[in-house]
Design a protein around this ligand. Structure first.
Ligand code: HEC
Length: 139
């Protein structure tokens, strides 16, 4: 039951991204990346299937670089930059092989693991308005 195991790991990853108490005003700031918790949950599953073998189940990196934390190469990059790179270059063994919705959900998951909080607006391909928001949440 590989699928069931992956789903359980995905649930654990999502649960470990604890929300920051008393920081709800942040969601409305220009640093916010819009995504729903449903997108992050789907993104965790797709990430485990397509990315975790190289970037690690905890996103700390294995053969590929870490995707969380201040020292990660993507921490100061904008969502747009990372979306374009990932959707064109990743997974490294099959670049561009996922759907736009799957790439968006993975970005939602990565944003959540970097401290961004889910809200009511989904992350879409029209991400121009969030150009200034970096992957690492400023909290
Ligand atoms: C076969 C291994 C492998 C898989 C699978 C893979 N990656 Fe990567 N990834 C790498 C390597 C290696 C690099 C570094 C490439 C370079 O520096 O040229 C990288 C780089 C990246 C970067 C840029 C990191 C930085 O510091 O700039 C991102 C973001 C990324 N990968 C996301 C993903 C996502 C999302 C997936 C799943 C859709 C994925 N990768 C799947 C190996 C992999």
């Amino acid at each position: 039951m590989r699928v069931a195991i992956l789903a359980a790991v995905a649930a654990a990853i999502v649960l470990s991204a604890a929300p920051v108490p008393g920081n709800s005003a942040k969601a409305a700031s220009s640093d916010a990346i819009p995504f729903t918790s449903a997108q992050a949950t789907l993104g965790a599953k797709v990430y485990l299937q397509s990315c975790a073998s190289c970037h690690g189940t905890n996103l700390h990196g294995i053969s590929g670089p870490a995707l969380v934390g201040k020292t990660s190469g993507i921490a100061q990059q904008s969502l747009v930059e990372v979306y374009e790179y990932v959707s064109q270059q990743m997974p490294q063994t099959a670049p561009g092989s996922l759907s736009k919705a799957q790439y968006a959900s993975i970005l939602a998951f990565i944003a959540q693991k970097n401290g961004h909080r889910p809200g009511s607006l989904p992350l879409t391909q029209s991400v121009e308005t969030t150009d200034s928001a970096t992957i690492e949440a400023h909290r």
